[in-house]
Design a binder for this molecule. Structure first.
Ligand code: PGA
Length: 271
């Protein structure tokens, strides 16, 4: 039996009021993209820290590379992780414009976003390069936040699961189950990023559930139950709570709303 979109939506709405406890601690990460100078970044986190002091979720901010050092200083002693927006797979060498995990680690970076759709769309990122980055981050004992997600055209052609499964499979090639259990996946439908068009609860939960099943097929039930899967794409203070209440949504990767301390803090407190 296939449920209609309305039926899926009705179930998702009901789940909001009685979400089961998965044991997975929600993780909210702000992806600043190419916004904020070092001074602006420092000011933003200085505003943010007192607002999220009491939050029970895990929190991170991912400033652009030039801001990392200054933001790291401001984050010292806080409950906010310093994350990077990318990391290269070579240790060092003639790779103009790239940044190594050792450089990031030295600044206090603990997590790095890889395979973001903007990297895939504009900078030639492929499942293979994402996989190299993931392995390099694991080797450096850093946590990858691996992004997957379909374009509008792919969704309309009914290819959402095929695309997302290919991205998960390709990105995790040769990665061990204990590594997957401790990393973060982020489902970001490309059509929802920066567009204000958020996936419905039913659409988001449905793909998150499918990703968890792919991980169970590739690894085992324990790994799939442990891996955290963030939702990303126009997450705002007014939709965060409902999204985060879905059983397979374990956090959010936040773009636009992460640029304002009050908005980002409200999302963290909703988790
Ligand atoms: P958005 O970006 O919240 O501005 O849609 C999300 C992301 O790209 O991670």
């Amino acid at each position: 039996m296939r449920l209609t979109d309305n039926e899926i939506e009705a179930i998702a709405q009901k789940i909001v009021s009685k979400a089961p406890q998965s044991g997975r601690r929600p993780i909210i990460v702000g992806n600043w993209k190419m916004h904020k100078t070092p001074a602006e970044g420092e000011a933003l986190v200085r505003q943010l820290i007192p607002l999220v002091e009491g939050a029970s979720c895990e929190i991170g901010v991912a400033p652009a590379f030039p801001c990392l050092d200054r933001v790291a200083g401001a984050l010292a002693g806080s409950n906010v992780h310093l994350c990077a927006q990318n990391a290269f797979w070579e240790a060092e060498g003639a790779f103009t414009g790239e940044v190594s995990t050792a450089m990031l680690k030295d600044l206090g970076v603990t997590h790095a976003i890889i395979g973001h759709s903007e990297r895939r769309q504009y900078f030639g990122e492929t499942d293979e390069t994402v996989n190299h980055r993931a392995k390099t981050l694991f080797a450096a004992e850093m946590t990858p936040i691996l992004c997957v997600g379909e374009s509008l055209q792919e969704r309309e052609e009914g290819l959402t699961h095929t695309v997302v499964e290919r991205q998960v499979r390709g990105g995790l090639q040769g990665v061990a189950n204990n590594q997957v259990a401790n990393m973060v996946l982020a489902y970001e439908p490309v059509w929802a990023i920066g567009t204000g068009k958020v996936a419905t609860l039913g659409q988001a939960q449905e793909v998150h559930g499918a990703i968890r099943r792919f991980v169970a097929d590739l690894y085992d039930a324990q790994t799939s139950a442990a891996v955290r899967i963030q939702y990303g794409g126009s997450v705002k203070p007014d939709n965060a709570k409902q999204l985060l209440a879905q059983p397979d949504i374990d956090g959010a990767l936040v773009g636009g709303a992460a640029l304002k301390a009050e908005d980002f803090a409200a999302i963290c407190l909703a988790a």
